[in-house]
Ligand binder design. Structure first.
Ligand SMILES: NC(=O)c1ccc[n+]([C@@H]2O[C@H](COP(=O)([O-])OP(=O)(O)OC[C@H]3O[C@@H](n4cnc5c(N)ncnc54)[C@H](O)[C@@H]3O)[C@@H](O)[C@H]2O)c1
Length: 332
């Protein structure tokens, strides 16, 4: 790969840090812009001497412009992610999403940066009509009054802006829709870490017999999880081969029910799982699974099945459980 100078916004986040580490491995010059809203630069302590880090807010046009100056490409990941935030901070989710992409597009145009790769999300579909869903599935906001859709809505706006404002001035501007990425240190406000933390706590509280395990709904809802390493391979592939104004699913079409996921996690602790069904959060989706044929045509094949990817993530959470208590206090 030629020595492209790359700005990664949100570069100390879950995807960002893993991507930055990969770009450093590929010996590409990397700059990061992140305000540390949901991350810490210490994540990248091992590569500090090989990256440039700008601490700043994606909503500030002058900081974004400065960060883009001198770059060849921008990979825009900064966003307020984490399901709990969609419900508790919908105003912020939209502000960061919409101002962020506008500033990034503006900055690229100002400095003649012709390569822009932007993270959207599978949440743009809400309830997909076809499973597995390909990139032509309709994007919807089912209810503007439900704060849940602040995130999906911000990503739909992001997509519209990228497609229609980057048509002419960019050599290559494209979008990818990640589908449920997981891995160690992914942040706590997602289904996998929440189930793992619950399993740790329940295992401690109920040392004998089948483990009572509350879940949302009846556990028949499905998701398809992609391991962070496969996800990063997908983004790097897009950097090499992605096409102008195209949209790509990056995911692993291994569809898993929430009940099965809960059982796999509980089994890790050597316990039998007794599921306790609860209410579903308003706005949550029954099934989600990507069709990744478009990425496959570029040569993408996820390599890590959930059964192999999950145990190291559970181990990471066991080791870092105390940190979660601390963070939960800070963010609530
Ligand atoms: N993780 C997933 O499963 C998933 C799924 C679909 C889409 N995505 C998208 O991929 C991208 C990366 O997601 P992630 O999982 O790494 O999330 P993350 O929360 O770990 O990373 C996002 C980063 O953006 C930063 N950020 C937030 N507000 C900011 C602001 N105002 N200014 C500057 N930086 C700010 C955060 O500090 C964080 O480091 C996001 O755009 C997200 O919407 C992720």
């Amino acid at each position: 790969m030629k020595k492209t100078k790359i700005l990664v916004t949100g570069g100390t986040g879950f995807l960002g840090a893993a991507l930055v580490r990969k770009l450093v491995q590929l010996t590409l010059p990397v700059r990061i812009l992140d305000n540390g809203f949901r991350s810490s630069a210490t994540r990248l302590a091992d590569v500090f001497d090989r990256i440039e880090l700008i601490q700043g807010d994606i909503r500030d046009p002058s900081i974004v412009s400065e960060a883009i100056r001198g770059m060849d490409a921008v990979i825009h990941l900064a966003a307020v992610n984490g399901t709990e935030f969609f419900y508790s901070k919908p105003d912020l989710v939209l502000d960061v999403g919409v101002r962020g992409i506008l500033n990034v597009i503006e900055g690229c145009k100002k400095h003649g940066v012709g390569e822009l790769i932007v993270a959207s999300s599978s949440e743009v579909y809400q309830t997909p009509k076809t499973i597995p869903s390909d990139e032509t599935e309709s994007l919807i906001v089912p209810d503007v009054l439900n704060p849940r859709y602040s995130y999906g809505g911000s990503k739909i706006i992001t997509e519209l802006l990228l497609i229609h404002q980057c048509r002419a001035d960019f050599k290559r501007a494209l979008l990818f829709r990640p589908h449920n990425v997981y891995g160690p240190a992914m942040g706590w406000e997602h289904v996998i870490p929440q189930l793992i933390v619950r399993a740790i706590d329940q295992n401690r509280a109920h040392p004998k017999g089948p483990l009572p395990f509350p879940i949302q709904g009846d556990g028949r809802q499905t998701r398809a999880f992609i391991h962070i390493d496969d996800m990063i391979d997908g983004i790097v592939l897009l950097l090499e081969k992605g096409e102008h104004l195209n949209i790509y699913h990056i995911g692993n079409p291994e569809e898993t029910t929430v009940a099965d996921l809960a059982r796999q996690i509980v089994q890790y602790f050597g316990r039998e799982c007794q599921l306790i069904h609860g209410a579903l959060q308003k706005g949550s989706t029954e099934r989600r699974c990507p069709n990744i044929n478009k990425m496959k045509l570029l040569g993408f094949h996820p390599k890590i099945p959930l059964r192999l990817g999950l145990p190291p993530v559970i181990e990471w959470h066991i080791t870092n459980r105390i940190q979660h208590n601390h963070l939960a206090g800070v963010s609530s």
